[in-house]
Ligand binder design. Structure first.
Ligand code: GLC
Length: 613
């Protein structure tokens, strides 16, 4: 071969080898250049999922199915154990509890996920159930029972969008909302998380899912993953016992409690959380028929199912989860397990149940495929870090204005003798009651902390502040919590009373729903002055007031309005007219709980009742 020709052939060979080497490097190296199929956003999601699944080890897969609590897992734990998700339990916040600190926390944790060989981002979940309520300074909207009173799905969808903006700005990708429970017994501590006691209202309010996710998951920069919870029948337990037993025929379960979940699935909800409660004695977390056959089969749910907080541990009624409980829950159709603290033990247990064949690898692959599909659809692989363009939306004036509109729309006027409402401006008005000047009480549970709490727990306007603002400078507003000092010089007295914050089983009231002694005394002090008394009930549910209402001149159900208390004052002074309709039947007396439409019991106020001006 001539020298020159030989040189060219050597050069050609070198180029070929170099090209092959480069290709090999790129393919092998995890595709820093994003060249692996699963990293290519132009490919169909199903293709990306299949490619990624094929690259995952067993440890990768089991890690994806594991959700730990932020206080029990670090960024390096996420890297080492391939964790798929982290959550904030109620009130679990960075310090300081600011939007910026949340964003910084989430980005640090996400970097732990991106440091894994396959770089699968985590989902960070939090209970944004009436605003981004764990975050101090966030807009806190009315709880679901008040939103149910609005009967306005479009408003509720707008609220979902606003909440999604605040959630996005803190780096959170997933809200454990909406609760689609149908609360049938007002003594249940989660009644206020229900949009209504009949399935039509929660089903209509699944519009909030579109607010959270957008028309399709990942469709916009503030799309967050929503959760239909708690599947199914949590609001139908005997006696309103939280995490109790729903003793219902399948026909009753399907007629009353299933429709809101069908509506949620039809709206494309990305996740479903299983209920702590039982159906006819069997824990939902072990109910393969309902979780797999009905939800995933019959309803066609293609998202993923997440357990509730350590709920797998409850299956055998003993403390501490067991291999059998883990296998039962996963085989029932649970795809991701919320195991806040003992997630390492869970991973070891699940591995054992896969290795011994009790949990088929096909079930694992199905769970992981569902989880990855939502992560790809959400755009997490393309945008894993906080979108800081929305951080300033937390508690914004625009969102607070929307919340105030929602508060107005949620007010239900139940009594208005001689048109005492709306109040005119001018003259003297007396305000009393433990819930008049208490932001924490008017916000209720799931606010800054799990149980919520009294006092200035966050940023907002109390109902008293609102009264002062709306009544204007020509009106003298006097406040005394106990009502003492009122006299006939006042045109009217407003008693803002009701419940203090609670959440979940802490709010169960098996012994009845009467006003507390302080409230009854406050109202008595006001009535003694012989002037019109307007009662504003700040509560998470109907209360047993039938024997007292005759002595009141007006009654306004404010529910749990959240941070924008001026919305209540707007109705009291006629800035807006009351349009709310009670989503729950009000009991005539304690013996009447539970009371629901069509059960033939005499109601104080039937579902759908509400006066106007
Ligand atoms: C709670 C609640 C559930 C919530 C979860 C995470 O126990 O039952 O509604 O989403 O834990 O905080």
């Amino acid at each position: 071969m001539k020298k020159a020709a030989r040189r060219w052939s050597l050069l050609a060979l070198a180029l070929v080898l170099l090209a092959a080497g480069l290709t090999g490097y790129v393919l092998w190296s995890g595709g820093d250049s994003g060249s692996k199929p699963y990293q290519d956003a132009t490919r169909p999601v199903a293709e990306r999922v299949a490619d990624l699944l094929g690259r995952m080890t067993q440890a990768d897969k089991l890690g994806q199915m594991t959700q730990a609590e932020r206080a029990s897992a670090s960024a390096s734990d996420i890297t080492d154990f391939r964790l798929g998700s982290i959550l904030s339990g109620g009130g679990s916040t960075p310090e300081p509890n600011t939007a910026q600190a949340w964003a910084d926390m989430n980005d640090e944790l996400q970097r732990g996920a991106l440091a894994t060989p396959l770089g699968i981002p985590i989902l960070y979940g939090s209970d944004a159930v009436h605003g981004h309520n764990n975050v101090r300074g966030a807009t806190v909207f009315p709880h679901n029972i008040g939103l149910g009173a609005t009967r306005d799905p479009k408003l509720v969808q707008d609220i979902g969008r606003a909440v999604a903006e605040e959630v996005t700005g803190t780096g959170v990708d997933w809200t454990f909302a909406p609760c689609l429970c149908v609360a049938r017994d007002d003594r249940w501590g989660r009644t206020y998380e229900s949009f209504g006691e009949t399935p039509d209202i929660p089903a209509a309010m699944t519009a909030i899912i579109t607010g959270f996710q957008g028309d399709k998951l990942g469709g916009g920069p503030t799309s967050i993953l929503a959760t239909a919870k708690h599947y199914v029948g949590d609001g139908g337990t005997t006696g309103g016992d939280d995490q109790g037993n729903a003793e219902l025929t399948e026909a009753q379960l399907r007629e009353i409690h299933l429709p809101p979940f069908k509506a949620a699935v039809d709206r494309g909800v990305g996740s479903v959380m299983v209920s702590f409660s039982s159906w006819n004695g069997q824990k939902l977390h072990g109910q393969k028929y309902l979780v797999t056959d009905v939800l995933k089969g019959e309803l066609g749910f293609t998202g993923f199912v997440v357990s509730d907080w350590n709920a797998v541990d409850q299956l055998d009624g003993q403390e501490g989860f067991t291999a059998d409980e883990v296998a039962t829950a996963i085989n029932a159709g649970i795809d991701m397990v919320m195991v806040p603290e003992k997630w390492q033990e869970f991973l070891t247990t699940l591995k054992g149940e896969v290795d011994n064949g009790h949990v088929p690898m096909a079930r694992i692959d199905d769970a992981v495929r569902r989880i990855l599909t939502k992560k790809f659809e959400l755009g997490l692989f393309e945008h894993p870090m906080t979108n800081r363009a929305y951080t300033d939306s937390v508690g914004s004036a625009e969102h607070r204005a929307l919340a105030r509109q929602a508060v107005r729309a949620s007010q239900v006027l139940l009594k208005n003798d001689k048109g005492v409402l709306p109040l005119a401006r001018g003259g003297k008005v007396f305000v009393a009651g433990k819930n008049a000047d208490d932001l924490g009480n008017q916000s209720g549970g799931w606010t800054i902390t799990w149980q919520g709490g009294s006092g200035p727990t966050t940023v907002g306007t109390t109902i008293l502040d609102g009264i002062r603002e709306v009544a204007g400078p020509d009106t003298t507003v006097t406040y005394a919590r106990d009502g003492k000092g009122v006299d006939r010089s006042y045109r009217a007295a407003i008693a803002v009373v009701g419940e203090k914050p609670y959440a979940e089983y802490e709010g169960d009231r098996p012994d009845g729903l009467r006003l507390d002694d302080e409230d009854r005394q406050t109202i008595a002090n006001l009535r003694a002055a012989g002037i019109p008394v307007i009662v504003v009930l700040v509560s998470g549910r109907p209360l047993e007031i039938a024997s007292e209402v005759p002595g009141w001149n007006a009654l306004l159900a404010a529910w749990l309005p959240g941070t924008e208390g001026a919305g209540v004052a707007d109705i009291l002074f006629g800035v807006g007219a009351p349009t709310g309709k009670t989503p729950m039947t009000w009991p005539g007396a304690k013996a009447h709980e539970p009371i629901n439409p069509g059960d033939g019991q005499p109601a104080l106020f039937p579902q759908g009742f509400g006066l106007g001006y």
